[in-house]
Ligand binder design. Structure first.
Ligand SMILES: [Zn+2]
Length: 153
């Protein structure tokens, strides 16, 4: 798409800092990082941002393997223990995976745990991997029953 900023990046019309490239995918450092070495992995061809609407098993496989290779770079060369992968695609309507290096999570990961409890009733332009507060089994069952009642499963 001619007006897509990521298409312009994959064709080098807009410069970026490349970490890795193959025939189908490009990995660049995000220019708006909220985490050191935050990286974007995007297909060179334009795909809409909601990956779950794409019905192409070969694309999924190649995309995840390309992302895995970038994670290996981050882990090996930048001494990152773990990397989180997010696919929310809210900013640019061109499929992209966001890789967040999880710095210093080992061995004292509990010491770095956030003190603030977060729970979202709506999307607030970011996600969290915190695991609290704990939901009751009854509340979880109500949600599962509601989903099943709609024959979504
Ligand atoms: Zn695009």
């Amino acid at each position: 798409m001619s007006d897509c900023i990521f298409c312009k990046i994959t064709t080098w019309e807009i410069p970026s800092i490349k970490l890795r490239e193959d025939d189908n995918f490009l990995a660049i450092l995000d220019v708006f990082p909220n985490t050191k070495w935050m990286t974007l992995v995007m297909p060179k061809n334009h795909y809409d941002s909601d990956l779950f609407e794409i019905d192409d098993q070969e694309f999924y496989t190649k995309y995840l393997l390309a992302s895995k290779k970038v994670v290996e770079i981050l882990k090996k060369w930048l001494w990152v223990n773990r990397v989180a992968m997010v696919m929310e695609w809210m900013w640019v309507d061109h499929a992209h995976i966001k890789l967040y290096p999880l710095h210093w999570v080992w061995p004292e990961w509990e010491a770095h745990r956030a003190k603030q409890e977060i729970y979202f009733d709506q999307y607030e332009w970011y996600v969290s991997t915190q695991l609290w507060p704990k939901a009751s089994p009854e509340d979880l069952q109500k949600i599962a029953d509601e989903i099943k009642s709609k024959n979504w499963l």
